[in-house]
Design a protein around this ligand. Structure first.
Ligand SMILES: Nc1nc2c(ncn2[C@@H]2O[C@H](COP(=O)(O)OP(=O)(O)O)[C@@H](O)[C@H]2O)c(=O)[nH]1
Ligand SMILES: [Mg+2]
Length: 460
C-alpha cells in the first residue's frame, strides 16, 4: 500500500477560486503540534479538547501574520481519518489558504496526495471501499438523485446489501462443507436441497442488485445524447429549449454552430449530456468540415441521438443521407418547427426511407409545443421509465465484480446439480467471496486501490 499512515499531511480542501472561506486540512500523528507551530491563538491547540473551534492568527517562520483563521481541533479517533486532525478556516480567494498551507509544510507537514485523507479513513477501517468511493461521487454528483444515491452509499446502504450477500455466501459455504460428511451429493438427502436453496438465495440477491445497474450507471455518469441534423433545422434551438436557457448560438445563417457544445439537463434525476453538433452536410469551409466530423463522431460516441428535421420544409437528400448513416435503434427522430405551415406535400418523417426509430416526436423549439411530450418520451426511451430502486449500483467496478460473484455462483450451482465433490464446489464459492471482497476493499489489489484514490482531488 502506498500510504504511510501516521506522518502528517496537509492540503487545501476547498476549491481554488473566489469564495468566502478556504479550508486547510491537516491529519496525522503530529497534526496538532504542527498546527501549533503556525497558529497563535490564546491557547495552544495541544491543550484544547477535540471538536472545539479557536480563533487566532497564522504566522510564517519570521512571525509575520499571514491570515486570521478559525482552527477546528479533532482528536483521534473521532475524526474523518481517525487520526488527529486540524482544519484551518482561512479567508477565501486562494492566496491566504496557499500561504497557510505553505506555513504548515515549512512546519513539517507533507503535502497530501489525491484522496489521501479518504484513503486513511479507509485504511483505518472507518469506511469500506464502497463508502470511500461514495465520497468522490458526492463531490462529482450533478443531480439530486446522483447526490442521494452517493449519500446512501456513504451511509452504508450498499455496504449493508453487500454484507447481506456475504452472509448468504457464508451460509452456502457452510452447507457445502456439511456435505463433505456425506459420501456424495447424489443421495437425494436434505443436504443437497439446503445447498440448492442457499445458492438460489445468494443468486437472487446478486440479481436484485444487478437489475437496475444500467440506470445506476446513468445516474452516476450521465447519458450522452447527440443532437444531429442538417444546418438550420433547429438543433441549437431545441437544445436551448430543453435547457430552458440560452446556451448555443442560434442564427438564421446555416452553419453557425461549428463546435460541439455540451450541456447537462436533469431528466428525473439522471444527468443527460446534450451535445449540440454542427450541421451535418457537405461542409463548405475547413472549420465547418471539422465541425461536421465532430458531429459524426458525437453521434457515434453518444448513447442516443436526437435527429432533427424541419417539418416546414420537408426532407431532402441531405436528411436522407444522415438518416442512412444513423443506427435507428438509438435514434429519436424529431420533426421541428411544427408552428410553421407544413411543407407543401405535408410529409416529413414518413418521407424518409422507412426506419425503425426508437421513437418519434413533433415539436416547435420556438413555441415550446410538444416539448413536454418529448421529455416524457426521453424518460421512457433513455431511462426505461421512472427510476425507483433505492440502492442503485452505478459504479462499473462494483458491477463487474458483482457479475463475477454471480458467474461463480452459477458455476457452483451447476456443480451441485452434477453432484460434484464439495471441495470443487468450494473453489467456486471462494472465487465468489473474493470478488465480493474486492468491492468492499477487503481483497482489492493494491493497484486497483491506488487507481481509485488517484481519481479523488487533493484535499479529499
Ligand atoms: N418557426 C420556427 N423557427 C425555428 C424553430 N426552431 C428553430 N427555428 C429557427 O430556425 C433557425 C435555425 O435554428 P438553429 O437552432 O440555429 O438551427 P441549427 O443550425 O440546426 O442549430 C433560427 O432562425 C431559429 O430561430 C421552430 O420550432 N419554429
Ligand atoms: Mg446550431
Amino acid at each position: 500500500m502506498r500510504a504511510s499512515p501516521g506522518d502528517t499531511i496537509a492540503a487545501i480542501s476547498t476549491a481554488i477560486g473566489p469564495g468566502a472561506i478556504a479550508i486547510v486540512r491537516l491529519s496525522g500523528g503530529r497534526a496538532i503540534e504542527t498546527a501549533d507551530e503556525v497558529f497563535r491563538g490564546r491557547r495552544r491547540l495541544c491543550d484544547c479538547a477535540g471538536h472545539t473551534v479557536h480563533h487566532g492568527p497564522i504566522v510564517d517562520r519570521d512571525g509575520s501574520e499571514i491570515d486570521e483563521v478559525l482552527a477546528t481541533v479533532m482528536r483521534s479517533p473521532n475524526s474523518f481519518t481517525t487520526e488527529d486532525m486540524i482544519e484551518f478556516g482561512c479567508h477565501g480567494g486562494g492566496l491566504a489558504a496557499r500561504r497557510v498551507l505553505e506555513a504548515c509544510l515549512v512546519a513539517g507537514a507533507r503535502l497530501a496526495r489525491r484522496g489521501e485523507f479518504t484513503e486513511r479513513a479507509f485504511l483505518a477501517g472507518r469506511l469500506d471501499l464502497v463508502q470511500a468511493e461514495a465520497v468522490a461521487d458526492i463531490v462529482a454528483a450533478r443531480t439530486r438523485k446522483g447526490l442521494e444515491s452517493a449519500l446512501g452509499q456513504l451511509e452504508g446502504r450498499l455496504s449493508g446489501r453487500l454484507s447481506d450477500l456475504r452472509e448468504r455466501l457464508i451460509d452456502l459455504k457452510a452447507e457445502v462443507e456439511a456435505l463433505v460428511d456425506f459420501d456424495d451429493l447424489s443421495g437425494g438427502d436434505g443436504g443437497t436441497r439446503a445447498v440448492r436453496e442457499a445458492a438460489a438465495a445468494a443468486r437472487a440477491e446478486t440479481a436484485r442488485l444487478l437489475a437496475h445497474c444500467d440506470l445506476g450507471v446513468a445516474v452516476r455518469e450521465g447519458i450522452a445524447v447527440a443532437i444531429v441534423g442538417k444546418p438550420n433545422v433547429g438543433k441549437s434551438s431545441l437544445m436551448n429549449a430543453l435547457l430552458m436557457r440560452e446556451r448555443s448560438i442560434v442564427t438564421p445563417v446555416p452553419g453557425t454552430t461549428r463546435d460541439a457544445i455540451e450541456e447537462t439537463i436533469d431528466l428525473r434525476g439522471v444527468p443527460v449530456r446534450l451535445i449540440d453538433t454542427a450541421g451535418w452536410h457537405d461542409a463548405g469551409d475547413e472549420a465547418e468540415e471539422a465541425g461536421v466530423e465532430r458531429a459524426k463522431s458525437a453521434a457515434r460516441g453518444a448513447s442516443f441521438v436526437l435527429f432533427v428535421l424541419d417539418a416546414s420544409t420537408g426532407v431532402d437528400e441531405r436528411d436522407r443521407t444522415i438518416a442512412r448513416a444513423l443506427d435507428p435503434a438509438r435514434v429519436v427522430a424529431i420533426e421541428n418547427k411544427i408552428d410553421l405551415p407544413p411543407a407543401s406535400d405535408g410529409v416529413c418523417l414518413s418521407e424518409l426511407p422507412s426506419r425503425a426509430w426508437l421513437a418519434t416526436a413533433r415539436v416547435s423549439a420556438l413555441t415550446g409545443d410538444g416539448l413536454d411530450t418529448l421529455r416524457s418520451t426521453l424518460v421512457t426511451v433513455l431511462l426505461g421509465g421512472e427510476p425507483a430502486e433505492p440502492v442503485l449500483l452505478g459504479n462499473v467496478r462494483h458491477i463487474d465484480a458483482l457479475r463475477c460473484v454471480d458467474a461463480a455462483l452459477g458455476r457452483a450451482a451447476e456443480l451441485v446439480e452434477r453432484s460434484e465433490a464439495p471441495e470443487i464446489i468450494g473453489v467456486e464459492l471462494n472465487e465468489a467471496m473474493l470478488a465480493l471482497g474486492e468491492i468492499t476493499g477487503e481483497t482489492t489489489p493494491d493497484d486497483v486501490l491506488q487507481r481509485i484514490f488517484d481519481r479523488f482531488c487533493v484535499g479529499k
